[in-house]
Design a protein around this ligand. Structure first.
Ligand code: FMN
Length: 169
């Protein structure tokens, strides 16, 4: 396996529509020495407040939210779909409240300046939280958002975070 190389954000030539929306990512953070991950396919990469940022949305019910809220930083990790598709599906349906998902798939946790990520990933984005706000129905400009995506009122919080490191193999 090639070693990770640090990539300039300007040279990161991967469509976020593909790598997030179609191939999915893990959101991982650490709390009290334990890491937890969940699959995410909504979010983005962009520029805000003169910084390169990620946009991630996490519903209030997610166990991972407790980890992201407890930490200053978290990682986004991307994987080969053929090899890790099953793992990404599992991480997106089972909660870390019920079992140690990272141990189940024997993923290797490494740290970048204290932020957990996975050696098995092919791309890693380290994020430092800058902003968190609940997405509330009074701000939806299309009626269908609330009825389509929030029938059970499990709203997302939006996190905007500085992209501090991008690693790729
Ligand atoms: C393809 C896919 C994409 C998902 N995207 C998100 C997302 O963007 N935000 C979110 O809150 N949950 C998302 N989920 C659901 C969580 O990954 C899922 O509820 C997970 O089991 C939460 O685990 P946790 O309780 O250990 O945090 C997604 C699930 C799948 C399968």
């Amino acid at each position: 396996m090639q070693t990770f190389q640090q990539i300039n954000p300007e040279d990161f030539n991967h469509s976020p529509f593909r790598i997030i929306g179609k191939e999915w990512m893990l959101v991982t953070a650490e709390k009290d020495g334990r890491a937890n991950s969940m699959t995410a396919s909504w979010g983005g990469l962009g520029v805000m407040w003169q910084k390169n940022v990620s946009f991630v949305v996490i519903r209030k019910s997610r166990f991972t939210k407790e980890f992201v809220d407890a930490a200053d930083t978290f990682s986004l990790t991307f994987f080969d779909r053929k090899q890790y598709g099953k793992m990404l599906g599992y991480m997106g349906t089972v909660s870390g409240r019920d079992e140690d998902k990272i141990a189940k798939f024997a993923l290797t946790v490494s740290h970048r300046n204290g932020t957990p990520y996975f050696e098995e990933a092919n791309k890693v984005i380290i994020c430092k939280k800058m902003f968190c706000q609940p997405l509330t129905p009074d701000h939806f400009l299309s009626d269908s958002i609330d009825t389509e995506f929030y029938k059970d009122k499990d709203y997302h919080d939006l996190y905007i975070s500085e992209v501090t490191d991008i690693l790729a193999r």
